[in-house]
Design a protein around this ligand. Structure first.
Ligand SMILES: *Cc1c(COP(=O)(O)O)cnc(C)c1O
Length: 380
């Protein structure tokens, strides 16, 4: 059976050479735009491509404002800081995520609390979230959500759209609204994914995209913060660009800022990639469709887009029957040069977060043992 999977994958990619999990594709104006920045010398923090890239991502996602950053993690850090997360706060998130989600919370000095995911979306579970908030918190007279155990304020919640599959984000926002908790959407993996017709990343107060080399489009490294809140967007631009006060020749900075800028060189790549995003999504979905049909006749379950959503199918994934089968499959496929990877080790099992508070994590633990990512580069 494992051999059938390897044969199938090598057959659709028409190669027996090493197959990475997700390779970028540069089939458009990438070289042209990048060369333009070199020819003009505007490769760094000034240039037209940054603004153009921001406008394209805002328009594509339907967000009012977009602020480009050096990577997705820095966008998450700033998003959390702007909704008021500090060293006195706590932040709810899922344990089944890439480390960046939990790291960004830590950069603010805040503590994460891990809440279970749903098995059908792989994302934060609104019912488990509600259960936790009802049992473990109360609202104080300032309207803040207080953790009964630690007496700290729960300021924000970071759901994540795993592998591009939207979580039940409208329900999550509704639950959080009732507790005055700001939602910062980690949509790093879900550019081009929609929930009930609305783009992921635009449900919360802030949304975040990543353009790392393995994502659906890339700038080499880069990120974007999106929001409908004008004030918040202005602040994000300000503190990601060293908080410099505009002045023709003097250097004046009015708060502690960050050098989280995206370079013009990287943005040039981003603009060219955005021009092909629709095509990339179509190709990702065609690939996923091939997998879905193939896995129907096997004992493995191919993960498909959840109800009422349209996924970018950025990373394809299958559910193994148990951990033993998972380990055998990982070994077999990687030995054959077909790269596969297990889903992330749960955040609460990592040294840095082993003392973090958690809800019941049955689904996350079940998935942790079974989910494997398979070849997901688009075929053009
Ligand atoms: C990729 C990713 C990020 C961070 O993006 P970088 O651009 O690599 O900093 C954050 N969260 C998730 C879930 C991701 O997959």
């Amino acid at each position: 059976m494992y051999k059938n999977v390897v044969d199938f994958i090598q057959n659709i990619y028409k190669t027996e050479e090493f197959l990475p999990l997700h390779e970028p594709r540069f089939i458009g104006n990438e070289k042209k735009y990048v060369n333009e920045t070199i020819d003009s010398t505007f490769v760094s923090s000034v240039g037209k491509f940054v603004t153009q890239f921001e406008e394209m991502v805002a328009e594509f996602s339907g967000a009012k404002y977009a602020v480009a950053t050096s990577n997705g993690t820095s966008a998450l850090h700033i998003g959390l800081q702007l909704v008021g997360v500090d060293e006195k706060s706590e932040v709810l998130t899922q344990p089944l995520t890439f480390i960046a989600t939990a790291n960004a919370i830590s950069y603010c000095g805040a503590k994460p609390i891990f809440i279970d995911v749903d098995r059908d979306t792989l994302g934060l579970s609104p019912s488990k979230l509600k259960e936790f908030l009802e049992e473990e918190t109360l609202i104080n007279d300032k309207g803040e959500c207080i953790n009964k155990l630690t007496k700290k304020v729960i300021k924000a919640c970071v759901p994540m759209h795993t592998f591009g599959h939207p979580c039940k984000i409208d329900e999550i926002v509704e639950v959080c609204d009732a507790y005055n908790i700001a939602v910062v959407e980690d949509s790093a993996e879900s550019l081009g994914s929609y929930y009930k017709g609305k783009h992921t990343g635009t449900f919360g107060k802030v949304g975040v995209f990543s353009f790392n080399g393995n994502k659906i489009i890339t700038t080499g490294g880069g990120g974007m913060l999106v929001t409908d809140d004008e004030e918040l967007a202005k602040k994000a631009k300000h503190i990601t660009t060293t908080a410099k006060v505009p002045h023709p020749y003097e250097y004046i900075h009015d708060e502690i800022g960050y050098n989280y800028r995206l370079t013009n060189l990287a943005a040039a790549l981003g603009v060219a990639q955005m021009e092909n995003l629709e095509l990339f999504i179509q190709k990702q979905r065609e690939l996923a469709n091939k997998y879905e049909l193939f896995f129907r006749d096997t004992e493995l379950k191919f993960i498909t887009e959840p109800k009422e959503s349209q996924s970018n199918y950025w990373l394809n994934a299958v559910v193994m029957q148990d951990k033993q089968q998972r380990d055998e499959f990982l070994k077999f496929t990687n030995d054959k040069g077909v790269m596969t990877r297990s889903i992330w080790r749960l955040m609460n099992k990592l040294d840095m977060f082993k003392d973090a508070q958690t809800g019941n994590l049955d689904n996350a633990e079940w998935l942790e043992d079974r989910v494997v990512n398979i070849s997901s580069s688009i075929i053009i």
